[in-house]
Structures are given as C-alpha cells and as structure tokens.
Design a protein around this ligand. Sequence first.
Ligand SMILES: [Zn+2]
Length: 174
Amino acid sequence: MTKILDEVLSANAKYAGNFGDKGNLPLPPSRHFAILTCMDARLDPAKYAGLAEGDAHVIRNAGGRASDDAIRSLVISYNLLGTREWFVIHHTDCGMLLFTNDDMRSLLTSSLKTATLEQSGWRDSGAGPGSTEGSYINWLTFTDNAKSVVEDVMRFDTTHWFPTTFRSTATSTT
Ligand SMILES: [Zn+2]
C-alpha cells in the first residue's frame, strides 16, 4: 500500500465513522444549485461557497470549463435532480492560463512523461515515445479568465438543454 493510499483510507474511515445521520440525506441537493469550477488543488468549493453535505452539486474539471462532460453532469443535475441555479466559478492564477492547445499537443507528441515549467516555457523530459492523440483533443485553455467564465455561461444558452427562463438566470463569478 502506498503512503498516500494509506492516508486516504485512514482519513475516510474517520470521516465515515462520524457521518452519522448524514447517511439519510436525500439524493437531490437541498439548496437546488450547482457549481462548475476548476479542479485546482488550492480551491475548496465547500469552504469558499459555504457548502455542507447534501447542499449542492459541484462539477470540477481543468479550468471549470463548460465541456461536453460538464454539460452532461449539469443536464442530469437539472433534469433529474432539480437544481435551478448554477454558478460557473473560474479563478485567478489558474493553471489553464499557462499553456495553449499547441503547447499541450507538442509536449504529448514528444513525450508522455510529466513536463516541467521553466522560465522559457514548458519543457518535456525528452523521454519518448510520445503520442499524436493529443492533437484530437481540445484542451479548452484560455488566456483571459474573465472572458472564459462568460463564454462558459454562454454555452448553457447555446446547448438548448434548458428552458429560456432558466438559462437567463445562469450566473458567473470570478
Ligand atoms: Zn484553475
């Protein structure tokens, strides 16, 4: 067992032991809202948005982007579990500001090992083989997170998955 796995299992056993009556919480979020936000390890949505277990859905990915899979989760959140308000929350100093689609594709084509960020930019380890598969993925990078958060809210309007009255209440925060 790795040290990290041991730590996670230990923390979970303690958490589960104190879960108490929260095991009886209903499946739909009691506060009827969802947050789409970045996976950044420094962000804790429960803390920054004041959430407790059972309150809200939190969908996370790199950048908090309205990707197809984020939309999939939000459609389920709305259609099956009754959320009525969403927040798209991007943040300052986001890692998605540090590379472009071309950077990612170039790094992956060269090597699948973890790259390092240096003064001159991203540098791969040079240990191949790489893969061209990254060229078929839109990595959804951005250069201005004030614009990207608006783009992602606007995507809800263009998907046509949601009623017009609901779409107009979509909210963005940076
Ligand atoms: Zn981020």
